[in-house]
Design a binder for this molecule. Sequence first.
Ligand code: CA
Length: 460
Amino acid sequence: MTANSPTTPMTAANGVPNPDLIDATHDPHRRSWVESANMADSDFPIQNLPLGRFRRRARGAGGVAEPWRAGVAIGNYVLDLRLAAAQCPWPEDVQPLLEPLAEGDLAAFMALGRPAWKRLRAALSEALTLDSDQGPFLELCLCPIGDAEMSLPCRIGDYTDFYAGIHHALAVGKLMRPDNPLLPNYKWVPIGYHGRASSIGLGGQVRRPQGQTRSSAVESGGPPHFGPSQRLDYELELGLWVGVGNELGTPVPMAKAEDHLFGIGLLNDWSARDIQGWEYQPLGPFLAKSFATSVSPWIVSFEALAPFRRPAVRAATEPQPLPYLDSPFNRAHGAVDIHLAVFLQTAAMRKARIPPVQLSHSNAIDAWWTPAQLLAHHTSNGCNLATGDLLGTGTLSGPGPGQGGSLLELSAGGKFAIELPGGETRTFLQDGDTVILRAFCETPGAVRIGFGEVVGTVVG
Ligand code: CA
């Protein structure tokens, strides 16, 4: 397959990774002295090294919480970079990179840019490799992941949610316009809206929102309902974390777009469909979305994703990206092969000790737009992005049955109930339902890496 072959469908996923992106940190034979990192099913092998912010849980009543610090997930542990910076020898050029991380200021590190990100990754990989001289020092800097309380990676100044999942757009469009599901702009312009940054969290308890919804009285001029949403849903998305910002008035070209992207995490865009249906015209989603958005705590870097990059090319019969959304690199390697899945566990399942059931699976490679295209488009009017800004991809559904990234799709707008183990059914979420998003990458010749998970439980 050649990258610019006009007949290559976008979903053909077996590109050759760019050798320029691959280095010793991706070596599938590299193993860690942290033994749990060498297990085949670990999300956090030495080839991953995602960053997050954490502190040890305060022990017992009256325990004093530690300050947040940055950490690296490795196997079943978090490497505490505050301790690691202080208690372990590092190469001279690495020590300054560790300083903001030791202070728990992940954003300050994210702002340093790709050379710093690559240098620290190489140094951490060396230090965690089997037989590293730094091992005996760093062994004392590990916190069991179960003892770590996680925080948002950084302050999120601004949040935009896109609509890059074409199979989601098609499925949702079909519910409203069976004969013409995609609007004429979809394949030309990355659709998005400005979301609410203040209500982004790590999940946990998510309160069912109240809001206005359409009532039967509306048709005859009567009032809508106001009350708890009856059609609460999740959306399976990825969140792109902006590392380096851009000046107002200075668009980021495609060739430089990925230099601004630090990494990727999971994102659940909780959505109240009944509130959304009544409020969204003509200006788009508002209170149907702003009550909660949940992200996973670990940011997987674009460096870690290098072995899983894929071509982003469209069939000749499809609209091609305008020049400002096109680049040779994007055509050759712009897409990322990430397996995604949603799991659900109801309160009754929890009580009966029934494990979470998988509701759907999909792959980020099926998105219509790549991360670089989303960032380039966002800045194309001169809009300035800042370190710590978050870009949601939009719901990432697949083309087949069981691949819808929301209940809206899986239940066809509430028409079909989904059967669950234990005998329950769902069209939309009920109180006590726990939604779990997970993701991982795997490909021959590389070690599987995972994203961890984002877990949220609906409360009334
Ligand atoms: Ca969304």
